[in-house]
Design a protein around this ligand. Sequence first.
Ligand code: PAF
Length: 510
Amino acid sequence: MKKVIIRKTEEIENWRRNINSEINFIPTMGNLHNGHIKLISTAKNDNSNVNLVSIFINPLQFDNKLDLENYPKTIDNDIKISFSNGADAIFIPSNEDIYPPNNKNIKFLKAPIELSSALCGLNRIGHFDGVCTVVYRLLNLIKPKNLYLGEKDWQQLLILKNLVLRKKLNVAIKSIPTQRDFDGIPLSSRNLHLSKKERKLIKFFSSELLEAKKNFHQDKKINLNEIIKKLSAKKISIEYLEHLHPHTLQKARLEDNISLLAGAIRCGETRLIDHVFLMKRRPIIAIDGPAGSGKSTVTKLLAKKLKLLYLDTGAMYRALSWLMMKESIDYTKEEKLENILKDISIVFKSNTNSHQDVYVNNYCVTEEIRSQKVSSIVSKISSIKEVRKFLVEEQRKIGESGGLVAEGRDIGTTVFPHAELKIFLTASIDERAKRRKSDKNSKESQEIDLHTLKELIKKRDFEDSNRKISPLTKANDALEIITDGYSVDEVVDKIIELYDDKIPKETEIK
Ligand code: PAF
């Protein structure tokens, strides 16, 4: 494809009509560095869309005239960098193109007060209004499928996500982690202005944040005053240093697994921001739903794609039911149950086909636990209080350090109530019966007629939803996905989109 530079807003429309492709959009204010390069190359590698980089120094987002005047302008180099890293087109509009005088169609937007009145918003009056205004204008002109933004400006990212939701824009926001320079300071166009001495101070600031992150991982504690003292001892002028909830930007709560430690400092004329995410454990995704909703297939693929551990809690209940059946144990007798729970070991191991096998007391039961016989008693066994207590504890042990996607019926409500993402996966009875019938892993289901399968599913739903202990219910904060008519890949992609929205990419970096 011929690489183009577009300078007029009117040309955008023509260009869009001719390219015959969806657009990845990377908005910038120029003076491109490795952070921007990462955005452009991520867009290029993500899909086969056409990549458009915009370079526009937006006057509306500068609260200080001098800052605007001094903003580095390196347009020739920016063009070279963009094209050599995957841009197919560059949009370099003028001020008059973006804000035509007397054009009543230009909407000057306000950023939501709850997000813009914290952190940088406190000292940069109108800054986020300006960002919203220009990005909204650009999105309306370019109409991209994907918008690529850096997590370095985390507050900006939240505000723009909110803009997309508020204005019901049909664009997916993709973020990339903060890119750091050789000395650990976040890459920023403004770094150009730093003297050697200032750079050293910023390096100290960033290394304090990174140190706090490391310590938090071990102690699960943060002492803001201590950090402030250390920075003040170096005569670093702190604009703010806050420990917040990463999405609401309200004060972090004790139960928050992921929180944001964000700061802004001033060095001479330059103001710099940096942040880290503090994590108690790696993220957990909880997937609940009735039998046959596609949970297992979706969860397995999701775990693989996100490189998370896959925890099939249903298989644990089945494994226990299998053992009870095999040993002809009368599970209504408390003592017998106690004995079996005391000695049972249920272990998941990856097999050579990169699937998971289930072992009960070192015996592989992967196939046997899917038998109709096991299916017929698993709901009863899993409604026994002692069984649930025992297996929920086992599941929590497996999930202690997070990094897993668990499927079951009470994951979001009971096992991991603080999971970062909760999905309630469901499908109509007809669809679920059809899926069961074509389940290659269950020969028995394939032999049962569709009508009987439907009745069995209805019965199982009733038992699961009406048992006293941990009944199958949707957690208040779970997102429901009805999978009828969607392929497994489509459902998995949707969940990954939701996950990406909740979990900063930066948390994936060790
Ligand atoms: O992050 C930036 O560089 C700017 O705020 C943006 C998103 C290009 C809007 O001017």
